[in-house]
Write a protein that binds this ligand. Structure first.
Ligand code: FA5
Ligand code: MG
Length: 435
């Protein structure tokens, strides 16, 4: 790993990531444990299930979209730096300033201006601005979240953008237009365009005011066709699926694709018609575009029958030797080497006076501390009890920590030692009193 924390001679402490140095400030919440994932690139590791899924998706796009000379139309960016600016991750994508996804409790901030990307969509505007019109972005993303068998603070996404101009979209119907008349008349006048955007925003959720219905419907059709084709390429042609209307700040209209799998509807991706303001600010004002983003772990867990998201980080040869890129189109099912026993320990403490859950004490902070102290032997953490002492006014919380090693049995002594380390760190970091 290329990340390290250092306090250098200047009074300010700094964090070094991928050869760049960042000042630590009161927004910093990234932990050394999380920084240790930077540069691991599981999506590029030979024979790794995430790499196999990535290749399947890339191949699907290569064969679905070709240039007139028969070359792949889409280019792929899979080694972009996960350190991005707040502008790249949020502002460029029109995510409102008060949107929950910006919260410190949801993201890993390096400081007030930089964070570890929370989605691969963070690179969209830069790539369009550099002149690209058909591309895929693959990489790991970082989100502060609960811990269980399907949630991990680092997971992988694949994003796509496809832009088309009028000539291409209406090749066979040159009389049709991408943009409404009033819009074309003021082409180039950003202020007037802004006015139209904002005045008609709430009237019609089915499309953006600047677009013609024909253009949107054609793009929607292509987008859904391509994504359904991808789902069928991965899951087989008999899948049961549904499109669900949704909202993203950077697309309108927006949808999610859900697939019926083992008695449940599973959300596999989000997508939509790109907000025109984004294309305007990136120099693609004559185009209309679609974009989508999907999670690689979610697909891989289904396709290989992998029961626990932590397995993707395993270096155990018993796990890794089960997958091979030679079988790209014949995916094997994962065979658990053995199920090692769980070990459950509770941790209860009094919060400092005046502090309550989510008022001075954020459970995500606790989860990070546990991850830092214990690493991957923690399978699950849950808040099992909370009460307020009627006289003292203090709040007590109880967390249940489930320990399980992926590759061997943990001894009770070993677990007790880790548990004690967590308790000590809580006292030190949160000023709590262990019960
Ligand atoms: C996004 O991240 C959007 N950037 C996607 C997008 C891109 C929409 C471009 C429109 C245009 P969301 O947070 O829903 O959206 O995540 C997208 C996908 O990532 C999900 O459908 C899911 O497959 C995966 N995903 C999200 N959260 C997790 C998680 N905690 N663990 C595993 N996979 C996840
Ligand atoms: Mg979602």
């Amino acid at each position: 790993c290329l990340a390290s924390t250092s306090t250098n001679t200047a009074e300010q402490s700094r964090i070094d990531i991928n050869g760049a140095s960042f000042v630590v400030d009161n927004w910093t919440n990234v932990t050394p444990k999380i920084l240790s994932y930077v540069g691991m690139q599981k999506h590029l590791q030979t024979n790794h299930p995430l790499s196999i899924i990535r290749q399947r998706i890339v191949n699907y796009f290569y064969k679905t979209y070709k240039t007139s000379r028969g070359n792949p139309l889409f280019s792929v960016y899979d080694k972009l730096n996960p350190v991005v600016t707040v502008q790249q991750n949020f502002d460029n994508l029109l995510i409102p300033l008060d949107h929950v996804s910006r919260n410190k409790s949801d993201c890993y901030y390096i400081n007030k201006s930089y964070l570890l990307r929370a989605h691969t969509t963070a690179h969209q505007v830069d790539l369009i601005s550099s002149g690209l019109d058909n591309f895929l972005v693959v990489g790991e993303v970082y989100r502060r979240d609960e811990i269980d068998s399907t949630h991990y603070p680092v997971f992988h996404q694949l994003d796509a953008v496809r832009l088309v101009t009028k000539d291409k979209l209406f090749e066979r119907n040159p009389d049709l237009e991408i943009f409404e008349n009033e819009w074309r008349e003021i082409q180039g006048n950003k202020q007037k365009q802004q006015l139209i955007h904002s005045s008609s925003k709430c009237l019609d959720q089915s499309k953006q005011p600047c677009h013609t219905l024909e253009a949107v419907k054609l793009m929607e059709h292509e987008l859904k066709q391509v994504l359904l084709g991808l789902a069928q390429d991965l899951f087989g042609s008999n899948i049961q699926y549904r499109w669900v209307d949704t909202y993203f700040p950077f697309t309108q209209p927006s949808w999610e694709l859900e697939i019926f799998y083992k008695d449940n509807w599973l959300e596999v991706l989000g997508c939509g018609i790109m907000r025109h303001e984004i294309l305007q600010q990136s120099g693609a004002h004559n185009s209309i575009g679609y974009a989508f983003g999907l999670g690689l772990e979610r697909l891989a867990m289904v396709l290989f029958d992998i029961p626990d998201i932590r397995l993707f980080w395993s270096n155990d040869s018993g796990f890794l030797s089960q997958f091979s890129e030679k079988d790209l189109y014949k995916l094997p099912k994962y065979k658990p080497v053995s199920m090692y026993p769980q070990c459950k320990n509770d941790l209860s403490f009094w919060l400092p006076a005046g502090v309550d859950v989510d008022a001075g004490f954020v459970p995500n902070d606790f989860y990070d501390l546990v991850r830092t102290e214990a690493g991957d032997v923690v399978e699950q953490i849950s808040l099992v009890d909370k009460f307020k002492h009627p006289k003292k006014g203090l709040t007590s919380v109880c967390f249940r920590i489930v320990y399980r090693h992926m590759e061997r049995t943990l001894t009770q002594t070993e677990v007790n030692e880790i548990h004690k380390r967590i308790a000590d760190a809580c006292v030190k970091n949160f000023n709590v009193v262990i019960r």
